[in-house]
Write a protein that binds this ligand. Structure first.
Ligand code: ADP
Ligand code: PAZ
Ligand code: K
Length: 255
């Protein structure tokens, strides 16, 4: 039976259809849309299950609020993927798929972070890990070799940092995404902003790796491609596509 997975973050909705026996993170179908384009999902989902077969299990990690949850529920039903009663709304619990939740109040931990920790531990078992998920927010979490989620750091994501500078200053522009990596001390405004933002993001990840004695650092999320190259050469990092979906896949396979 196939498994249908959704990661609804604050910027984009990512989804995948996986065969039950597929290796972690290997999808039959995959897509990602901005919230404004969510209406496109119904057709895409209908097409995916028509092409690859129905899903026996549907797991959704949603940190985008109750309205999004209601919308996802109705679109899943309209697309013929799942009835509302058949959806597993992924939640941060005390323990799942070999990862123990170290938050004082288990449910307070963003369910995407718990899923990412599960994904990281499943991809790299037996190593002390830092999981950096660079989305709307950047979250940087520590997982021990035996699967204890210790907790982490939350900071504004790369896009949010850039926008908040542009919005709250008279003279600073909104910088474009991408471009070449600026050197530490930049000689123009755009590069100086990008240099500062990347130093903040990469610096936090490096600090977390040092604090935790990380043997591996998994970097994921929409802004990962910009942040990872700014990490120091000593950081044992690896880019991972969709660590949250990978974690949901690992959770589904573990049951
Ligand atoms: N094509 C893109 N569309 C939107 N955001 C992008 C894109 N490419 C990179 N980004 C960056 O990725 C972030 C969104 O990443 P994502 O992992 O989807 O976030 P979330 O899980 O919070 O929805 C944006 O804040 C932006 O910095
Ligand atoms: C920190 C987050 C906003 C990250 O969301 P994202 O950037 O993936 O959209 C989300 O995981 C969340 O709402 N967490 C709840 C608070 C916590 O994890 O402590
Ligand atoms: K995130």
């Amino acid at each position: 039976m196939n498994t249908f997975l959704i990661d609804a973050g604050n910027t984009r909705i990512k989804w995948a259809l996986a065969a039950s026996d597929a290796p972690l993170g290997v999808w039959l179908a995959y897509g990602a849309v901005m919230h404004a384009d969510a209406a496109q999902l119904t057709e895409a989902w209908r097409g995916a299950v028509a092409a690859h077969g129905a899903a026996g299990k549907v797991i959704v990690a949603n940190v985008a609020g109750a309205d999004r949850r209601a919308l996802l529920e109705s679109m899943l039903e309209m697309a013929g993927v799942a009835q509302p009663s058949g959806i597993d709304w992924f939640a941060s619990v005390a323990e799942r798929a070999g990862v123990r939740n170290g938050y004082r109040t288990h449910g307070q931990l963003g369910c995407d972070r718990f899923a990412a920790a599960i994904g990281a531990h499943a991809l790299v078992p037996g190593q002390a890990l830092i999981v950096a998920n660079c989305g709307t927010a950047t979250t940087i979490d520590a997982v021990t070799a035996d699967g204890a989620f210790l907790g982490g750091m939350i900071l504004p994501g790369l896009g949010l940092m850039a926008t908040s500078l542009a919005r709250n200053t008279a003279q600073l522009p909104q910088i474009a995404q991408g471009g070449k990596l600026p050197s530490g001390f930049a000689d123009n405004t755009d590069d100086a902003i990008l240099s500062g933002l990347l130093a903040a993001q990469a610096g936090a990840i490096e600090r977390a790796c040092a604090l935790h004695g990380a043997q591996a650092c998994l970097v994921s999320g929409g802004a990962a491609q910009y942040i990872a190259p700014a990490l120091g050469a000593h950081v044992p990092y690896r880019l991972v596509d969709n660590i949250v979906l990978t974690g949901l896949h690992a959770a589904a396979r573990s049951e």
